[in-house]
Design a binder for this molecule. Structure first.
Ligand code: PEP
Ligand code: MG
Length: 632
């Protein structure tokens, strides 16, 4: 077999214990043999005693999530509580069309194939390298390229030739007598599909699930998240990600148990394999013993029953035992979520993420489209407060219709209000729609994301005032800023002179305060939960705001964790906004504490060693099972 073809080597059916002969020729022959000898001496890269047989899933390195604890469970980061039981479901990527256009000539078609392969290799990105390694080898596999070249020379177009070569290779894998190799057919088809998507012009439409179950994915992009059939997803398990990654936010928004950052091993679960996911402990069991499956199912049913009870009590407003009111609101992205939030006890919407109106589209929504969408949300809330956040794109949420230069550090680049001010026509249309909605509904407020400087706030306000004048509309409209940048948290008193309210985005504030990129599982732990330094920023904002009679909300994921919510209330926060399914638990927690106790514990938490210790302090106040909520 040629060593240049992964497919050829893999289907050689070499097993552990077989003797193999390696022969080399050509200029680099001696070096190649030396390298292979060294590899053999190193047990082919496996640790001593490790079974290098192909039926074993590759072990994750120990310094990352996914290094399995005893009992065969994979350990990740718990990001949305609850137990889920069901078959593993992978996202099925749509099959791109194979064009049947006549060949433009062998040279042109070959060049097209080369370009598509190069584009797929470049798109893999360094972060995915571990998962993508085998895929990269397949892209250069002589076992695929040689038959494709022959077919192109015989007159086929690049897509036809590539598609046929991929299917033939996948067939060879499927026929292997080893289960692990048979499963690799999916990898060949996946690589083949990615190249075909490029050959077909770059877009194959949204991915889908084949049936109800536990969604197993590397990570979820905002686009995949938006296109998911939510009724099919019982739980979410991802190889990558953190508590504030999109998969996590989606899961909490839907009340779906989720564990992220499990490492690449979780992706080895074949479609349909039974899975038990524990969103409190952060564990995932793949193909567990029937007893474990039955026990998990019983726990799930019990959780559902107690959640129903808490929901029944969620409608009443939240107040501490001694009567301090704290508004509990919802984070939502559309009108469907607005109605569901009210049912779960939301007293309003503290964060409407309007970028969901923009994502997954090739063009910007018009002012009228935005007006319709926002009016529907306001109507569903029936006069309850509605905080509309202006367009927050850039960084991990790029827009197809806004040309953005590549940035070395997108999270430190042109995102949020920076992008909106750079493309003022987008902001202008949105603010006009908001002004129109505010003149027809009570309780509408607007806030600007990612503000870092007073100048940005003033520039955004100037656009608002200009549109107010142009429309001849002057509705009551509170104007606020999100506190996501430490500079604003520190200078809150100064900002408070020019805003009506603050809403603290702890997801981004933690990322910038701890210098720990959100979504990166390797540093997720640093910025997870009620980190004392983050609490100090919250305290600073509350103090600065209250000095000028302004109110302060928290709309980051921290607000939806009951123990952290008690700490935030203790620091003086007036409103907590969260994924709707978190509302009943947070209201229940607030009702069990006295305001003075919450304030005392919050002061102690500021001096705690870390988030874990801070959370334990609040947990002590809560006692009982509500203290056992996953960290956010
Ligand atoms: C935040 O940063 O905390 C926030 C609520 O905004 P997003 O998660 O949409 O960035
Ligand atoms: Mg943010």
């Amino acid at each position: 077999m040629s060593a240049r073809s992964l497919t050829a080597l893999a289907t050689l059916s070499v097993r552990q214990g077989h003797e193999i002969l390696v022969r080399a020729r050509g200029a680099g022959a001696a070096a190649a043999l030396d390298a292979i000898r060294a590899l053999a001496a190193d047990n082919w890269g496996d640790a001593d005693g490790e079974d290098s047989g192909s039926a074993q899933a590759p072990a994750a390195p120990d310094d990352r999530p996914g290094a399995g604890p005893p009992g065969g469970a994979l350990q990740g980061l718990p990001v949305s509580p609850g137990v889920a039981v069901g078959p593993a479901r992978k996202l099925r990527e749509p099959e791109p069309e194979v064009p049947d256009a006549p060949s433009a000539g062998a040279a042109v078609e070959w060049r097209r194939l080369e370009d598509a392969r190069a584009a797929v290799a470049a798109g893999a990105g360094e972060e995915q390298a571990e998962i993508f390694d085998a895929h990269a080898l397949l892209l250069d596999d002589a076992g695929l390229l040689d038959p494709a070249r022959t077919a192109i020379q015989a007159g086929q177009n690049a897509a036809q030739a590539w598609d046929a070569a991929v299917r033939a290779a996948a067939g060879v894998y499927r026929a292997a007598d080893d289960e692990y190799l048979r499963e690799r057919a999916a990898d060949v088809l996946d690589v083949g599909r990615r190249v075909l998507v490029h050959l077909a012009g770059g877009d194959a439409g949204p991915s889908a699930l084949d049936g109800p179950g536990v969604l197993v994915a590397e990570d979820l992009t905002p686009g995949q998240t938006a296109a998911l059939d939510r009724t099919l997803v019982r739980g979410i398990a991802t190889a990558r990600g953190s508590a504030t990654s999109h998969a996590a936010i989606l899961a909490r928004g839907l009340g779906i148990p989720a564990v992220v950052g499990l490492g690449p091993t979780v992706l080895d679960a074949a479609d349909g394999t039974p899975v038990v996911l524990d969103g409190d402990a952060g564990t995932v069991l793949i193909d567990p013993h029937p007893d474990a499956l039955a026990a998990a199912e019983a726990r799930r049913a019990e959780q559902e029953r107690s959640a129903r009870e808490r929901r029944a009590r969620a409608a009443a407003p939240a107040a501490t035992r001694d009567g301090r009111r704290i508004e509990v609101a919802a984070n939502i992205g559309d009108v469907v979520e607005a109605a569901a939030a009210v049912e779960l006890g939301a007293e309003g919407v503290g964060l409407l993420r309007t970028e969901f109106l923009y994502l997954g589209r090739d063009d910007a929504p018009t002012e009228d489209e935005q007006y319709e969408a926002l009016s529907a949300v306001a109507a569903a809330l029936g006069g309850r407060p509605l905080v509309i956040r202006t367009l927050d794109v850039g960084a991990d949420k790029p827009l197809p219709f806004v040309a953005q230069a590549d940035e070395a550090n997108p999270f430190l680049g042109r995102r949020g209000i920076r992008l909106a001010l750079a493309f003022p026509e987008l902001l202008r249309d949105q603010l006009r729609a908001i002004l129109r909605v505010a003149s027809e509904h009570h309780g509408v407020k607007v806030m600007f994301p990612m503000v870092a400087a007073l100048g940005e706030l003033r520039a955004a306000r100037a656009v608002l005032d200009a549109e107010r004048a142009a429309l001849g509309l002057d509705p009551p409209l509170e104007v606020g800023v999100m506190v996501e940048v430490p500079a604003v948290a520190i200078a809150a008193e100064r900002f408070a002179r020019e805003v009506d309210f603050f809403s603290i985005g702890t997801n981004d504030l933690a990322q910038y305060a701890l210098a720990a990129e959100r979504g990166n599982e390797h540093v997720a732990e640093l910025a997870a939960g009620p980190v004392p330094a983050l609490l100090a920023f919250v305290g600073s904002v509350a103090e600065g705001a209250h000095a000028h009679g302004r109110w302060v909300g928290v709309c980051g994921e921290l607000a939806g964790d009951p123990a952290s919510a008690v700490l935030l209330a203790g620091l003086g926060v007036d409103e907590l906004s969260m994924a709707p399914p978190r509302i009943p638990d947070v209201k229940a927690a607030l009702r069990t504490v006295d305001a003075a106790d919450a304030a005392r514990v919050a002061r102690e938490a500021l001096a705690a060693d870390d988030a874990h210790a801070a959370k334990q302090l609040a947990g002590g106040l809560l006692g009982g099972p509500s203290a056992r909520i996953a960290p956010s």
